[in-house]
Design a protein around this ligand. Structure first.
Ligand code: HSE
Length: 301
């Protein structure tokens, strides 16, 4: 096997998009790079950028674990690795950093062994490692992806984000683990809430396909997770309200939070300013980024 260094670039993702809990996500133009080469018997992990101070550099590292999953799948033994991570995606903020690590690790390792696994198999492995497909699918494929997990397989459909659709993300300066943000959710929901969400997620997908940006406000609402998570993100409701008043098409918690994401098609600077101000008023410091949807997913450089 040639000892070349594989380099891959993986986009950030926003999951749920409001009502599409665990089944809808969109890739964003903010990237992590993963460089990987075989280093028999070794585990060497270098990290630059986001997470450099706290991401694990041992066999618990997510990129390492994802790579090992690929090697296990094809029966490749003694797969020591040298890995370099150049991270732009903030960790534990609801922007798909763990999905990027998993997908990047899988794709890079697969490339190292000559691309033996199909994209669909990589997606199934990514979902197995992450637990749900809504971040890993757009991280791998780009665009907006609807995904359904059934009997270990992911059935998906990628749709292109409408032309001119942009996002403003307000990223609080604190971490929120997905585990903690799922712990606050009820295990049972009412029929009324189920109908509320399924009618909106159907409308949301249709609105994106038909480029009906005017429908995004109603279509992006949620009762299944956001109301329960708002107590974990001081200022979340105020930021959603401020961005809506400033002209955002729709505003949601990004993934499990704490990032709040506004969909926009104009006035992004003003929307960004209002979101920053609302978080600040609630005592939550944050950074703001204007990000375009990423049409392409993970790329081998
Ligand atoms: N759908 C997931 C959640 C995304 O909201 O918990 C975060 O991983």
């Amino acid at each position: 096997m040639p000892n070349e260094t594989i380099k891959v670039k993986v986009p950030a993702t926003t999951a749920n998009m409001g009502p599409g809990f665990d089944c809808l996500g969109m890739a964003l133009e903010l990237y992590n790079e993963i460089h990987m080469r075989l280093a028999p018997g070794k585990i060497s992990i270098q990290i630059e950028g986001e997470g450099a101070e706290d991401i694990k550099r041992d066999e618990n590292n997510i990129v390492w674990r994802a790579a090992q999953r690929v090697f296990q799948e094809v029966g490749f033994n003694n797969p020591g690795l040298w890995i370099r991570l150049i991270n732009q995606i903030p960790t534990s903020r609801g922007l798909g950093s763990s999905a990027a690590a998993i997908v990047g690790g899988l794709v890079a390792a697969n490339q190292l062994i000559g691309g033996k696994l199909t994209q669909d198999r990589l997606l199934a492995l990514a979902t197995e490692l992450e637990g749900h497909p809504d971040n890993v699918a757009p991280a791998l494929l780009g665009g907006v992806v609807i995904s359904v997990l059934a009997e270990g397989e992911v059935h998906y459909l990628k749709i292109m984000p409408p032309e001119g659709l942009n996002t403003v993300v307000a990223i609080p300066d604190f971490k929120l683990s997905t585990h903690a943000a799922r712990d606050v959710l009820p295990q049972k929901v009412s029929l009324k809430d189920a109908i509320f969400n399924l009618s909106r997620v159907a409308l949301l997908v249709g609105a994106l396909c038909e480029k009906r940006l005017d429908l995004l406000y109603i279509a992006g609402q949620d009762t299944l997770h956001q109301p329960y998570r708002s107590s974990l993100v001081p200022g979340m409701q105020e930021v959603i309200q401020a961005a809506s008043q400033a002209g955002a098409l729709n505003v949601t918690l990004s993934g499990a939070g704490p990032t709040v994401l506004a969909l926009t098609n104009s006035g992004s600077e003003e929307i960004a300013r209002s979101m920053g101000q609302a978080f600040e008023n609630a005592g939550t410091s944050c950074q703001i980024k204007l990000l375009r949807p990423a049409v392409e997913g993970t790329k081998i450089l």
